[in-house]
Design a protein around this ligand. Structure first.
Ligand SMILES: Nc1ncnc2c1ncn2[C@@H]1O[C@H](COP(=O)(O)OP(=O)(O)OP(=O)(O)O)[C@@H](O)[C@H]1O
Length: 257
């Protein structure tokens, strides 16, 4: 059975078909790239899978279970985590509290109760604290655990976002443009990190990325969206040479390099 099975997924905003008949099957531990020009519908796919939007048509199955109609926090609990195009950390909270909050809210506590701790046992507190610190150690953030998340350099904030997403032990990780705003050296480091995350945690990954170099090196399979529809999919080599892909990008003045 596929880990994720998305069939005929569609959603409209007013008259705009943001996604139209999107289909994707993803195996346990697979890594797939999702690319396409601006406004093609990539983030909408993530918002539908994670329950932020409800599809007007189609089905999403994760480990055989339908996700349509579930709330985002229920979907996180089933094993799907994500990061955002614009980093969404609690910037005023410490690095470790960002991970603790994610772990507690996953167990059903809201953010505030998660941090002030009402009603939890000391054992539960300790377990979550050590789990959070273990994640920080893995992502080389242990030394800044007490710093406000907003004070970290950009690359470290990206690492923290990933540590937070992975703390809950997901089987599927959705990464929305993690290399956005990075220079080539930073993007190289990020690629190493994503490879390591993939190996170490054994998670399946869907990667939305505008930097072609990044997505083509990381992902053996790439799905291309344009105007809400899949126009091509296959290996990086096949996708790079596909006339429909060239047309979609060149028509918008972007080179597929
Ligand atoms: N909540 C919403 N309300 C109205 N329109 C929306 C909404 N969310 C997305 N859209 C529209 O749906 C289309 C697809 O948007 P989406 O953000 O998925 O594109 P994208 O491929 O992720 O683009 P980018 O690469 O620029 O991030 C766009 O035209 C966008 O304006």
């Amino acid at each position: 059975m596929a880990l994720l099975e998305v069939r005929d997924l569609s959603i409209q905003f007013g008259g705009l078909k943001a996604l139209d008949g999107f289909t994707l099957s993803l195996d346990e531990g697979e890594m797939v790239g999702l690319i396409g020009p601006n406004g093609a519908g990539k983030t909408t796919v993530f918002n539908l899978i994670t329950g932020v939007y409800r599809p007007s048509r189609g089905e999403i199955r994760f480990r055989g279970r339908s996700l349509v109609g579930l709330r985002p926090n229920q979907i996180v609990r089933l094993g799907i985590a994500r990061t955002f195009q614009n980093i969404r950390l609690f910037k005023g909270l410490s690095v470790v509290d960002n991970v603790r909050a994610a772990l507690f809210s996953q167990t059903g506590y809201g953010l505030l109760p998660a941090l002030v701790g009402g009603g939890r046992t000391a054992g539960e507190e300790a377990r979550v604290y050590w789990r959070a610190m273990e994640m920080l150690r893995l992502f080389e953030l242990e030394e800044v655990a007490a710093e406000p998340a907003g004070s970290l350099p950009y690359g470290a904030q990206r690492r923290l976002e990933m540590a937070r997403a992975l703390a809950s032990g997901p089987r599927l990780l959705l990464l929305d443009e993690p290399a956005a705003g990075m220079n080539p050296t930073e993007a190289d480091r990020l690629m190493e990190l994503i490879r390591w995350v993939h190996r170490h945690f054994g998670v399946a990954i869907v990667l939305i990325e505008h930097q072609m170099r990044v997505v083509m090196r990381l992902c053996p399979r790439i799905v291309v969206l344009d105007f809400g529809q899949v126009i091509a999919q296959g290996s990086p080599e096949a996708v790079r040479q596909d006339p429909r892909v060239l047309e979609a990008y060149l028509g918008k003045g972007v080179a597929v390099t």
